[in-house]
Design a binder for this molecule. Structure first.
Ligand SMILES: Cc1cc2nc3c(=O)[nH]c(=O)nc-3n(C[C@H](O)[C@H](O)[C@H](O)COP(=O)(O)OP(=O)(O)OC[C@H]3O[C@@H](n4cnc5c(N)ncnc54)[C@H](O)[C@@H]3O)c2cc1C
Length: 441
């Protein structure tokens, strides 16, 4: 066991719980701040929607979870297991499905928190409103949090920590499509963050912008009851697709041509539709209103920078870190390795390169992205290099790369299946697939 520090973890979703467990295993003194009254983060389904359904009003009361009521995991439970804590089907359990509903994922997370004694580390109902380096020499951080006293009053407190790990998630703050006429269009607009059920969309003409998993799942759910569902999609239209109303985007950033004051929506393929509702299924933005880093850590077009290997800002490492910045694929396992890396770097069991080397690694990533023509907002997506990244993390930790990382390869299949509207969750022979992975080298 190496050095042991007082560490604050912000957030008790998967990333925060995994981080708390790893820090505790390394002998650190951990406090987890969680603004909700329970663990689970995104997986804590909340039937409420925000007062501003597009999420543009900075003063709205934020609802953290983006789940809709009928959501089932889009990965098999085997791919959502932790390294030493499998996500098993419970005998006699309520949900035995390989692709479980969100309630079952929450039960898994709660069980994990209980079994590793993490509940005692969490200060529930504590929203962090400021994280700031107060002493550059001793690297001391102040964490200011507030708890609700009455409906309209809050009580705040400050506490000092040697290190802070930010695990606040990245799928709550809506990213909204920009197009001419958006702010004056007379119909109802919402972001998929605020979609819970198809109620209210009966006999309506609905426009969905985007073609990620949320867009396709919402499309499937509302198609039987809406009058028409039009979808602005990236790239050429997909064959054999449920919806006869697909409109390819030619300008990815603008998504639709315009929305007119007479209620008509003009697509980039020239189609014009008199719509009632526009749902922006256009992803999320990184958002850290509490982080005061003197401009060291910035968010620019959904790139958090600079962060070495998506975890440590070089000039503040290892005293400030992020777990769970990445998107795409087998993300639970990525977070688990990141959490372990942070805990071991803090205890001195794993070394980081020099500040300069970390900074130039970040620059290298940026210039590679530029060469490939990738926009900044792809910085933390592991779409094309998850296997490499996971192997790199495993090597830092002296963990043998696991066969199961091959699960990653199926994710592209899942994306395909989601897009084709297939009932892949119930028809895919996952056991055969697992056997194939196990018998390969
Ligand atoms: C619709 C949808 C479906 C998804 N489906 C899947 C799936 O099937 N499989 C999969 O692997 N992944 C899926 N994901 C990805 C999902 O985001 C991750 O699985 C994972 O839950 C993210 O965990 P996290 O801990 O990083 O963030 P979160 O789960 O968002 O947790 C962050 C926590 O931080 C707390 N917090 C935030 N700000 C503060 C603050 N200032 N002070 C105190 N506490 C704070 C929040 O209350 C929350 O509890 C899905 C995501 C979405 C949006």
């Amino acid at each position: 066991m190496g050095e042991s520090y007082k560490v604050a973890v912000i957030g008790a979703g998967i990333a925060g719980l995994l981080t708390a467990r790893e820090l505790q295993r390394e002998g650190h003194h951990v406090t987890v701040f969680e603004k909700a009254s329970k663990v689970g983060g995104i997986w804590l389904y909340d039937p409420r929607v925000e007062t501003d359904p597009l999420g543009l009003d900075p003063n709205r009361e934020i609802v953290h979870s983006s789940l809709y009521k009928s959501l089932r995991a889009n990965l098999p439970r085997q791919a959502m297991s932790f390294l030493d804590y499998p996500f098993l089907k419970k005998e006699g359990g309520d949900d035995q499905r390989t692709f479980p509903g969100h309630e079952e994922v929450l039960r898994f997370i709660e069980g994990f928190a209980r079994d590793f004694g993490l509940m005692e580390l969490i200060q529930f109902g504590h929203q962090v409103i400021r994280v700031e380096l107060v002493d550059e020499v001793t690297h001391e951080w102040v964490v200011e949090s507030r708890t609700r006293e009455t409906e309209s009053t809050w009580e705040s407190k400050e506490e000092l920590f040697k290190a802070v790990v930010i695990c606040t998630g990245n799928q709550t703050e809506p990213n909204i499509a920009e197009f001419p006429g958006r702010d004056t269009w007379p119909g109802l607009q919402m972001h998929s963050h605020n979609y819970r059920t198809p109620e209210g969309l009966e006999n309506k003409i609905v426009v969905l912008i985007g073609n990620g998993p949320s867009a396709h799942e919402i499309l499937k759910e509302i198609s039987p009851l809406a009058k028409q569902v039009h979808q602005a999609i990236r790239g050429p239209s997909v064959e054999n697709y449920d919806s006869p109303w697909q409109h390819p985007m030619t300008d990815y950033f603008r998504k639709i041509e315009c929305a007119r004051n007479d209620g008509k929506v003009v697509f980039q393929d020239g189609a014009i539709v008199e719509a009632d509702v526009i749902v922006h299924c256009t992803g999320y933005k990184y958002h850290y209103p509490f982080l005061k880093s003197n401009g060291i850590v910035t968010v620019d077009n959904n790139r958090i920078g600079p962060v070495y290997k998506h975890v440590f800002p070089p000039s503040l490492a290892p005293w400030l870190s992020f777990v769970g910045l990445n998107t795409w694929s087998v993300i639970f396992r990525v977070m688990e390795l990141q959490a372990r890396w942070v805990a071991k770097v803090l205890s001195g069991m794993v070394e980081l390169p020099s500040q300069e080397a970390m900074a130039s690694s970040v620059e290298e990533l940026y210039s590679e992205m530029e060469k490939k023509g990738l926009p900044k907002n792809h910085t933390h997506s592991l779409k094309n290099d998850e296997f490499e990244y996971v192997s790199w993390l495993a090597a830092q930790l002296n963990i043998k790369p696991l066969k199961r990382w091959k699960e990653v390869t199926v994710v592209s299949f899942i994306e395909w299946a989601v897009q084709h509207g297939e009932n892949f969750r119930d028809t895919w022979d996952i056991d055969k697939w697992m056997q194939e992975i196990d018998s390969s080298d």
